[in-house]
Design a protein around this ligand. Structure first.
Ligand SMILES: [Zn+2]
Ligand SMILES: [Zn+2]
Length: 982
């Protein structure tokens, strides 16, 4: 029946045969220059015989593909597998790690070449193109099964290390085959590609679900395309209608304003993937909801709404820094959108993209790696610069292109308000809303101010995922956003209080709960030549309030800096560890600051209503640039207000601050008065004796009001918060967060033992320690606990397994017993692992694979200990037995709280190994503390692997995957224990 459905459709995956036939005239007529240009790109491959296909799978490592001196990506040259050039220093590298990284790009590039070749055949009868496409497909038929599905970084895959890359690759091959068959009909080649690539690859992709991640967009697109070609309705259904299918992505991933929730560069990537989904669904005659299509169409124009004056996109969240929108892919996106909607915003975007006064250059299209883009410096674009999709879908001819100045924009779904002044040369923005999932930064209420090319205040995005500065870029301190008590903000969305824009005056006001019990409101009023910034906080306790401004400013007069060191959080993403030089100056209530940004003179009048100090520190600048100095205002109070007026035009003469009034004196006998009142922010402009007034709608927030939003559950410790290596990583929902939400776990009681049995392995043994442990609570939760003994014992098996490529049963059905016991001074944790050939990693100074501790890729144990009450303490230790001794290598990871240590010993057993760890009870509180939380994770590896195979997790496996979890574990999942001191 499924097969019949496909035959009934009788059209290609992307468009009907009739539509395809109609494109022949377009490709020979108005878009002939594009067809010629694509053919020129392919020329080195056409007639050159079957292209070479690497026998190794792609491999991701810390150094692979990057210049060791500069950290920048090495050039990708598809003709040069073994010599890789640094674009910064010109050095050529020949190391194998670079080759293995290059393979990823090459496989995507080659698969996309098959599409180019088959498109030229389908619309232009290019016989050499047909031969090339067939050769590529046959080559992969022969090689696909030979790539091992092992040692992956992010999901199962054979040729790659992440599932979504295989999805992009499969999408290309499916499209290529489909276009060939549109001319030739089905042949033996088609049967072979279906059997040897489409079927197995789609099954592998379907085994992994990445929820609301941008990556799942491509998994869906690949499943829809393969499902259509295989006539497999279940795959198509999965791609379109599953809880993480296309429809769900339109409902939850793409926000109502047409922006993808993960930020600008993920928007561009995800939207290209959604395009496939929509086009395939439409070709198959599937109905998509009007709202879904509305969002999809808005998304074509969305990137231009927030573009900076230099036509780059704002590098919010994990975005790359200063990437120009002038890329051939952007022009293609506008063309594809225009063909669907005729949206005049796209016409003006194309007018900008096709400007003739831009220098010509290398667009990089001939080296493009399918949908996994590499951005290049801006060059002149024409319709001949577009890609293969345009040959099939772009309008035959364009309307007259006329540019329009970009206007102010409020993206309510994203929570980003952009106000423009002075013919769009001035750009002020408040980034307050959506927290952005795994790629979000704790930067709610971040302020932007850009004038022309001068970036006075901005967000610099994220540099390399494999460089330690990643943690700086992911701190609140790296933003122009408030934080308290030296800790980065909670991951929580902010809320809009007011947005109004009229008569050259505009106001945006928003609030966010940035820490437990701490609410901050930020109001920004944007005038033609200055910006008013007001930040108010109120807390349920006295807090240390820090407001960074990333501008190298000094006092215009007076003020004296003294060297001192600035205290702050020690968390890896609190940012304070990245500060080098720091100086402070006493705050005097009101100060005037001055800075030169590029050549622009900037002044800021400031007023703070509580005692405060100014700090000047040096920290990493934008990615790829040097360190630079910036300002922090620090106050210590339960509530306060920081007001500032930023001026760049030189016309501001003075500013005076009253309680709710601000008077600004400008040259030429002009004066502005701002009055903040309930319901309105009144701006009165006086020119000589004349006066004009505008009331901007303004809802005064109530600082003492109960916080309306808590943090997003589990996000701070979401495994993907530590995603380091993957440019498009990010899982939106922690699948198990809901399992622990609002669920108060019962305690497991531990009768106190006066002394521990000395023999290692006694605690996990059934009969040795008789006692009266009340383990029924644990049993009620479905965990297996053996009766009897003072130690609480847990059997870990299939339900506790967190897999990588293999399921529990295929991974050798690993099992372990965990015993927990307490004495008056100590908590003992004994772990007996049943495993025939334990493989313990030797001590390694550097993990060449990624930013994680290398001991996660070993047989061994992770302990996650917390204080059950107050949540103030949390410790993680990695334990790996050292072969040839009874020593266990203990590596402390992620400690919150006073210094603490664990001692451990181990020995081999007849069926595996046993480890005993001793933790002083003072670790989880003072001497009388009796309760703590504990999670135990047993890592598993095999001798033929370089990354771990799976984990046994005491708190449960929840059918999860090990990928990207490093040594992190959501503390809220840990089991609770109570020591019964007699
Ligand atoms: Zn270099
Ligand atoms: Zn950021």
């Amino acid at each position: 029946m499924a097969r019949r459905a496909a035959e009934r459709v009788a059209m290609t995956v992307l468009l009907s045969r009739e539509a395809l036939a109609a494109r022949r005239d377009v490709a020979a007529g108005p878009l002939a220059s594009l067809a010629d240009s694509l053919r020129r790109d392919l020329e080195p491959l056409l007639g050159a015989g079957p292209p070479w296909i690497p026998s190794e799978k792609a491999r991701m490592t810390r150094v692979g593909g990057r210049c060791p001196a500069h950290g920048v990506l090495l050039d990708f040259d598809p003709q040069s597998p073994r010599a890789h050039r640094c674009p910064t220093c010109g050095a050529i590298y020949h190391d194998d790690v670079h080759y293995r990284w290059w393979i990823m790009n090459y496989q995507l590039w080659l698969a996309e070449r098959a599409v180019h070749a088959s498109v030229l055949y389908a619309v232009g009868d290019d016989a050499r193109g047909a031969t090339l496409a067939r050769d590529i497909l046959l080559g992969y038929c022969a090689s696909y099964a030979g790539y091992p599905d092992r040692d992956n970084v992010l999901g199962p895959t054979r040729p790659f290390f992440s599932t979504y890359l295989e999805s992009i690759w499969l999408l290309q091959l499916t499209t290529a085959l489909d276009l060939l068959e549109s001319r030739d009909g089905r042949s033996a080649l088609g049967d072979e590609v279906r059997a040897r690539i489409l079927r197995p690859s789609a099954a592998l992709i379907a085994s992994y679900d990445e929820g609301m991640s941008n990556r799942q967009v491509y998994n869906n697109a690949a499943l829809a395309a393969a499902g259509a070609l295989l006539g497999d309705e279940s795959l198509v259904h999965r791609a379109l209608d599953a809880p993480s299918g296309l429809r769900a992505h339109f409902a939850q991933g793409l926000l109502a304003d047409g922006t993808w929730y993960e930020g600008e560069n993920y928007h561009l990537f995800a939207h290209r993937g959604l395009w496939y989904g929509v086009v395939i669904a439409e070709a198959m005659g599937r109905h998509l909801e009007e709202e879904a299509l509305h969002r999809f169409h808005e998304a074509f124009a969305a990137p231009f709404a927030t573009a900076l004056p230099d036509f780059t996109f704002p590098s919010r969240r994990d975005s790359q820094y200063k990437v120009s929108l002038r890329q051939w892919r952007m022009a293609e996106s506008c063309e594809l959108g225009l063909a669907r909607t005729g949206d005049p915003r796209l016409t003006s975007a194309l007018a900008e993209l096709y400007r003739a006064d831009i220098a010509p250059g290398d667009s990089g299209r001939d080296r493009s790696t399918a949908e996994s883009e590499r951005n290049v410096p801006p060059v002149q674009l024409t319709r001949a610069s577009l890609g293969w999709k345009s040959l099939l879908f772009a309008p035959a001819s364009l309307p007259t292109l006329s540019g329009r100045l970009p206007s102010s924009a409020h993206l309510a779904g994203q929570g980003l308000a952009v106000m423009r002044r002075d013919s769009a040369r001035v750009y002020a923005a408040l980034d307050y809303g959506e927290s952005g999932g795994g790629h979000g930064h704790p930067d709610r209420l971040n302020l932007w101010l850009v004038v022309g090319e001068s970036r006075i205040l901005e967000d610099v995005g994220t540099g390399s995922y494999v460089d330690p500065t990643l943690h700086w870029y992911r701190s609140t301190l790296a933003h122009n956003a408030p934080l308290v008590d030296g800790r980065s903000q909670w991951r929580a969305a902010g809320e809009l209080l007011a947005y109004d824009e009229r008569d050259g005056a505009g106001l945006v006001s928003a609030a966010a709960t940035i820490a437990p019990g701490v609410r901050v409101e930020r109001t920004v009023v944007v005038m033609p030549t200055y910006v008013v910034d007001e930040v108010r906080w109120s807390a349920d306790r006295i807090v240390t309030f820090d407001l960074p401004w990333h501008v190298d400013a000094d006092f215009a007069e007076g003020g004296r800096w003294r060297s001192a060191s600035l205290g702050g959080g020690r968390g890896v993403e609190d940012g304070y560890d990245f500060l080098s030089i720091s100086e402070y100056a006493v705050g005097l209530g009101a100060s005037v600051l001055a800075a030169t940004v590029d050549t622009l003179l900037v002044r800021a009048w400031t007023s703070v209503d509580v005692p405060h100090e100014w700090w000047r520190c040096v920290a990493p600048g934008p990615p790829g640039e040097g360190r630079r100095r910036f300002l922090i205002l620090r106050a210590r109070a339960r509530a306060g207000c920081v007001r500032s007026v930023w001026s760049w035009g030189g016309d501001l003469a003075d500013c005076t601050f009253d309680d709710d009034r601000l008077v600004i004196t400008l040259g030429d006998d002009q004066r502005h008065e701002h009055v903040r009142a309930r319901g309105a922010w009144r701006v009165s402009r006086f020119v000589g004796a004349a006066r004009s007034t505008v009331d901007l709608a303004f809802a005064l927030g109530n600082g003492d009001q109960e916080q309306r939003r808590g943090p997003v559950a589990g996000v701070r410790d979401d495994p993907v918060a530590g995603v380091r290596d993957d440019p498009v990583a990010g899982v939106r929902d922690d699948p198990a967060a809901s399992a622990s939400d609002g669920d108060v776990r019962p305690y497991t009681r531990l009768p106190v033992m006066q002394a521990l049995p000395s023999v290692l392995g006694t605690l996990v043994n059934d009969d040795a320690t008789r006692g009266a442990a009340e383990n029924h609570t644990a049993r009620k939760e479905g965990r297996t606990v053996r009766e009897g003994g003072s130690a609480a014992r847990f059997q870990l098996g299939a339900e506790h397994y967190r897999r990588s490529e293999e399921r529990w049963i295929d991974a050798g059905a690993p099992e372990a017993t965990v015993a927990v016991a307490a004495t008056p001074e100590t908590v003992a944790v004994e772990i007996a692992v049943r495993k025939s050939q334990p493989t313990f990693a030797p001590r390694r100074e550097v993990n060449e694979l990624d930013n994680e501790d290398s001991d996660i890729n070993s047989d061994g144990v992770q302990l996650h200990l917390g204080a059950a009450h107050g949540g103030g303490r949390y410790y993680t230790w990695l334990l790996v037995p050292e072969v040839g001794s009874s020593r266990v290598r203990v590596t402390p990871r992620g400690a919150f709280g006073p210094a603490a240590s664990v001692t451990a010993t181990w020995r081999l057993t007849t069926d595996g190994y046993v480890v005993r760890a001793l933790i002083p009870r003072s670790t989880f509180g003072d001497n009388s503390a009796t309760d703590f939380t504990l999670d135990v994770i047993v890592n598993q590896i095999s001798p033929d692997r370089e990354r771990r195979r799976g984990q046994l997790v005491l708190s449960g496996g929840f059918d999860e995957w090990t990928y990207l979890r490093g040594d992190r574990q959501d503390p809220s999942r840990a089991l609770s224990f109570l020591v019964d001191d007699v």
